[in-house]
Ligand binder design. Structure first.
Ligand SMILES: [Fe+2]
Length: 582
């Protein structure tokens, strides 16, 4: 039961999702069922896994069959690509066979990266092959295999990015989870969301953090990751999926910030900062610089895993890791000592000196501008650490996850000061409210005048968070804002712990559009660099949503089910002057 309780409580994301049932138990039916189902697995899986591992190590039939195959862009997306995968056991001679139109097929050996999960003691085997010296805008086919694979080679394809000013499409959402509903927060929509990416055939997909919620299933973290990787493979083996780590990538026992599983599985562009490769990074495609940032470094909210008690979280004996006391949360604010923000400033400054870059798109899991009332809301930590840099270097667009909904801000620049209030006392609070440069929703915005923030948190979790704040007194939209840490406090049951919600409120004058019909959807972005003599360049943003997919629609109360049909919710056009004209 210790595991079940830890499951239920150790997410900032899902704490506010389901209000306490009238019986006062504090458990919704969903939570009871999920927790009970998981508890059974939790009790047995670590034992089974350690037995399997022992057997594998003493027999020659180690299974090196590739699975969870996924692509990530190399440092230059026009000329490089990385193929990554995992296998149940150590693979022998793991390799990629690459074929292209202008070269003979040849083999690229993979490097092996492993880790041993700090909670259940299972060793995870991953492989990464960097393909370099490719031709821009060219279709390649590849095969993944190993000497001890029990299946035929896995065949995939990809297209390299164009070089120079060329149109391209990317897609984005966060908070995906897996389709295996045995796992906490997993839901069938996760499979349809992957199919949605494929249906739009983007050059690449941005995955905005909270990938699979393995941390909420602490005895089976590698199994959850496995289901996640195998679900994504039908798209991610054919186009790059570029992730950013969110709060649910933080795992007890897995490294100083808990990101060991994430960082082992993904081979990401090098940021040049020793010790933090993969935590944050950038890459350029055509006239756009993409900047992936790790938000847990700057947010105030305590959003990593939490042992809610009353029992401690006890890792498998094989790990040698001690039990973790109830009330312990994994809080990593400030972990790079400012290295990430210094890197961000260097990267943005260089981008604005580079005449080949018009657009800067940032990807951060947590949110500066969210008015979700059942989700987490906004965080002043992002506002004070990074929004001044976004202003100074005219970042165009910020893509988020974290709250499982869709919300678009007006372009914002600078702050409205001292307009927030304490959520309990009503006393004035500095929330650093982003200042909208317009509050007219024309559908066309010049993002050189202000940064648009877009929440795309409706990947596929079981928890829709599409209920938005309203100030009953004046009828205005309202946002919750974390302005200080919400560390664990004693819960209602003896020996248990919980984390309070955001401490402040503000009128959300920056909020332009919220989708109240469903939390689930995908952003589709078409970049038009403009012709040689054009003054400006544009990105057409379309948001498609999966109506009826909410387990329960918060507005109508209607019960829903996973839905494969994504339909258009809205289109907006972002424009900005070309860099050399600026
Ligand atoms: Fe999150």
């Amino acid at each position: 039961m210790a595991w079940r309780n830890a499951d239920r409580m150790n997410t900032a994301d899902d704490q506010p999702i389901v209000p306490d049932e009238p019986d006062g138990s504090g458990l919704s039916r969903r939570q009871v069922l999920t927790g009970a189902g998981t508890a059974g697995l939790l009790a047995t899986v670590p034992v089974l896994r350690s037995t399997q591992r022992a057997a594998a190590s003493t027999t020659p039939a180690v299974d090196g069959t590739p699975e969870q195959i996924h692509l990530t862009l190399g440092s230059d997306p026009a000329t490089s690509m990385t193929v990554s995968w995992a296998s149940p056991g150590p693979a022998a001679d793991a390799r990629v066979l690459l074929s292209g139109p202008h070269r003979r097929p040849f083999e690229i050996p993979a490097i092996q990266r492993t880790y041993t999960d700090g909670l259940n003691g299972e060793t995870v085997w991953t492989y990464h092959a960097e393909l370099k010296h490719l031709r821009p805008d060219t279709e390649y086919s590849y095969a993944v295999t190993a000497h001890n694979s029990s299946a035929g080679p896995f065949a995939g394809t990809f297209r390299t990015a164009p070089k120079g000013r060329a149109p391209f499409r990317f897609t984005s959402f966060g908070d995906l989870a897996t389709p295996n509903t045995n796992w906490v927060l997993s839901y069938g929509q996760a499979a349809f969301a992957v199919a949605a990416v494929e249906s739009f055939s983007p050059l690449f997909h941005l995955l905005n953090g909270d990938l699979c919620y393995a941390d909420l299933n602490p005895a089976v973290q590698p199994e959850v990751w496995r289901d996640f990787g195998n679900n994504n493979q039908s798209s991610a083996a054919f186009r790059a999926w570029m992730p950013v780590a969110g709060n649910h990538e933080i795992e007890f026992g897995n490294g100083p910030q808990g990101f060991t599983s994430y960082l082992t599985r993904y081979h990401l562009p090098d940021n040049g900062v020793p010790g933090f490769r993969g935590n944050w990074y950038s890459f350029q495609v055509a006239n756009v610089l993409f900047v992936a940032l790790q938000g847990d470094e700057v947010i105030y909210q305590d959003a990593g895993p939490l042992v809610s008690g009353p029992a401690p979280l006890t890792p498998a004996a094989s790990t040698g890791n001690p039990a973790i006391d109830p009330g312990t949360s994994f809080y990593i604010r400030g972990y790079s000592g400012g290295a990430q923000t210094a890197w961000l400033e260097r990267t943005l400054a260089a981008a604005r000196r580079n005449p080949s870059i018009d657009w800067i798109v940032a990807q951060i899991h947590e949110i500066a501008c969210s008015s979700s009332s059942t989700g987490n809301g906004s965080d002043r930590g992002i506002r004070e650490a990074w929004l001044p840099l976004f202003d100074q270097y005219r970042v165009d667009l910020v893509l988020n996850g974290h709250d499982h909904d869709y919300e678009r801000s007006f372009p914002v620049r600078g702050f409205d000061h001292m307009v927030g209030r304490d959520a309990v006392t009503g006393a004035p609070v500095e929330t650093l409210r982003p200042h909208p440069v317009t509050t007219t929703d024309t559908g066309v915005f010049d993002t050189s005048k202000g940064t648009v923030h877009l929440i795309l948190g409706g990947g596929g979790t079981s928890a829709n968070l599409d209920t938005y704040g309203l100030d009953a007194a004046d009828g205005l939209t309202q946002a919750k804002v974390f302005t200080k840490p919400n560390h664990p406090i004693p819960g209602s049951a003896p020996g248990t712990f919980t984390r309070p919600g955001a401490d402040a409120l503000e009128d959300a004058v920056w909020s332009a559009k919220r989708d109240t019909s469903t939390g689930y959807g995908i952003g589709v972005f078409d970049v038009d660099p403009g012709g040689e003599h054009d003054e400006s360049t544009s990105i057409t943003v379309r948001y498609f949503h999966a109506l009826g997919a909410d387990p329960t629609n918060p507005t109508t109360g209607q019960k829903g089910a996973p839905n494969p049909n994504y339909t258009l919710f809205e289109t907006v056009t972002l424009i900005r002057p070309r860099a050399h004209k600026h």
